[in-house]
Design a protein around this ligand. Structure first.
Ligand SMILES: Cc1cc2nc3c(=O)[nH]c(=O)nc-3n(C[C@H](O)[C@H](O)[C@H](O)COP(=O)(O)OP(=O)(O)OC[C@H]3O[C@@H](n4cnc5c(N)ncnc54)[C@H](O)[C@@H]3O)c2cc1C
Length: 506
């Protein structure tokens, strides 16, 4: 018989579409899943993320065994240091003569894997991750020769390629993008449905106990753990979204809501990113919901754009520009992260809610990440590397391929505009317009300086002022710069002083 092969499956590759698994031969190959220290500790991951991945891996391994695969499972208490060590242990134990693995999502691990063949003394086949809808080559070809990489054009190509929301060659409804209908602020217009409760099963409960013991100082309140850890449960959560939240998704996509951490968002990034849901299937399910008249075209298009557009686009940017991308810092932002990033204890109500739920649940929706926490970090000039490390640590869905372009690129504009055509900088008035946090905040978004002034306002002008030269080169910032420049000198000086005092107190 031909020598068996070892098939390594990483924690974020728990999908039957994993190309290494697709090639696996039940009769001879051995599947390896390993909970290893290096992956669990390379940042201070949210405990929800560790529980999700360990429990999903354990469930996935059981399903594979039930399907007739031979599985080696190295659990965390075995104390295996790294994935390379796990392969070594499994190669020794099984006598496999070759290693197959799907390419990892992160540059860090891809660099390590490139040395494995020599270190492990067996051939290592690293297979392209076809669960993504745009390959590295495809993105490179799309990017080649373009002066600017803009998501919108990439997204249109993806719609055409996958035949999503098309009438023949034309976009359904005649427009590619319905974003202008998707920016309504929250004024309590309708009921936000309760999310269904998901009680942890025995495997998850055991993992929760392990993570409570092994990761006592990581963020994450595990009494609130309600994530799905199997494909069926992740699909059930997505079905719930399609039935009860999708219809309002588009309208309130950008809303900031005091009463709910989730609003009408789907909460599926953590499942897409670890393989429990597949990106094309969820887009097709949402298209079908629109065709069945269960949601508007704006809701369906707004949702599909996030996955077929943004998700693929950020991955493309990451692999196109790494490793240099991780070192960019356009505004030379170096201010240390304030302590409240690790406690949520701040008087700014919007920040308090967004940070506390990020720490406790490992979740914040896009506008909280971008326009509340990210906007604050941008305006305050917080250290880019520290902010990125924070985002990578706190969110359940965080992997560098998606976190870095979103944080360094979209939120902090540290990538010199590779991701976004202008900085996403906004004052307190934007936050007030989008939701109801300001009502329960001690700061007043109508004031820029003086007692009770919302710090986002003076910080906003401080940012415009200190980066006026850079922003002057961007046509989309012209009006704002002109507004700042025509203010009288005393007014400008008092705004600068007010912001400086706030920053000094951070
Ligand atoms: C500073 C910052 C950091 C972020 N870090 C991450 C991260 O580590 N991991 C991550 O998956 N997403 C990240 N995002 C993108 C986005 O905020 C999350 O995907 C989304 O909030 C997840 O919640 P949801 O599943 O309820 O999404 P929904 O609002 O319901 O959107 C549906 C899906 O679209 C995809 N999506 C939406 N926007 C983006 C985007 N900008 N980039 C990639 N995919 C997107 C996600 O898969 C998401 O599940 C980040 C955004 C910002 C601004």
């Amino acid at each position: 018989m031909t020598q068996p092969r070892l098939i390594l499956i990483l924690a974020d590759q728990l999908s039957p579409a994993n190309p290494a698994l697709v090639l696996a031969d039940k009769a001879r190959d051995v599947i390896l899943l390993a909970e290893v220290a290096e992956e669990a500790h390379y940042v201070r991951h949210n405990r929800h993320k560790i529980v999700l991945l360990f429990s999903a891996m354990r469930h996935f391994a059981k399903d594979l065994e039930r399907d007739g695969f031979s599985v080696q499972y190295l659990s965390f208490d075995r104390g295996v240091a790294s994935l390379e060590d796990a392969c070594r242990v499994a190669l020794d134990a099984t006598g496999c003569g070759e290693l197959l693995v799907c390419e990892p999502g992160e540059y860090r691990l891809a660099s390590a894997m490139a040395t494995w063949s020599g270190e492990l003394a067996v051939p290592v086949q690293i297979l392209e991750d076809r669960r993504f809808l745009a390959s590295h080559d495809q993105f490179q070809q799309w990017a080649a020769g373009r002066k600017q990489l803009r998501m919108e054009y990439f997204y249109r190509d993806m719609r055409r390629q996958y035949g999503v929301l098309l009438d023949g060659a034309e976009p359904c409804g005649g427009k590619w993008n319905y974003d202008s209908e998707n920016r309504v602020g929250w004024r309590g217009q309708c009921e936000i449905p309760e999310r269904p409760d998901l009680v942890p099963d025995a495997i998850t409960s055991e993992v929760i106990a392990l993570v409570e013991r092994g990761f006592p100082s990581n963020p994450g309140d595990l009494t609130q753990f309600r994530l799905a850890v199997t494909r069926d449960d992740a699909q059930a959560q997505f079905d719930w979204f399609c039935n009860y939240a999708l219809a309002n998704f588009g309208t309130y996509q950008d809303a900031l809501v005091e009463e709910s951490p989730w609003v009408f968002h789907s909460l599926i990034s953590m499942y897409l990113n670890c393989g429990l849901l597949e990106p094309l299937a969820v887009c097709q399910q949402v298209e079908q919901a629109w065709r069945d008249e269960r949601c508007s075209l704006a809701a369906a298009e707004g949702f599909i754009r996030q996955i077929l557009g943004w998700r693929e686009y950020v991955r493309g940017i990451y692999w196109l520009l790494m490793p240099e991308y991780a070192t960019r810092n356009t505004f030379d932002a170096r201010r240390p992260l304030p302590d409240f990033f690790w406690t949520g204890n701040t008087d700014l109500r919007c920040l308090e809610q967004a940070i506390k739920q990020s720490l406790d649940l490992g979740y914040a929706h896009h506008i909280q990440r971008l326009m509340v926490i990210g906007n604050f970090a941008l305006l305050a000039g917080l250290d880019v590397e520290a902010v990125c490390a924070w985002y990578l640590a706190v969110y359940v869905d965080a992997y560098e391929w998606v976190e870095l372009p979103n944080t360094a690129g979209m939120a902090l504009h540290a990538d010199n505009g590779a991701m976004a055509s202008k900085p996403y900088a906004a004052s307190g008035k934007y936050i007030q317009k989008q939701g109801n946090h300001c009502k329960s905040c001690r700061f007043n978004p109508a004031k820029t300086t003086g007692e009770g002034a919302c710090p986002f306002n003076s910080l906003y002008w401080h940012f415009i002022d200190r980066h006026a030269d850079y922003l002057g080169g961007n046509a989309r910032m012209g009006l704002i710069l002109a507004n700042w420049r025509k203010r009288d000198a005393a007014d400008k000086a008092s705004i600068r002083d007010w912001a400086d005092a706030f920053l000094a107190a951070l």
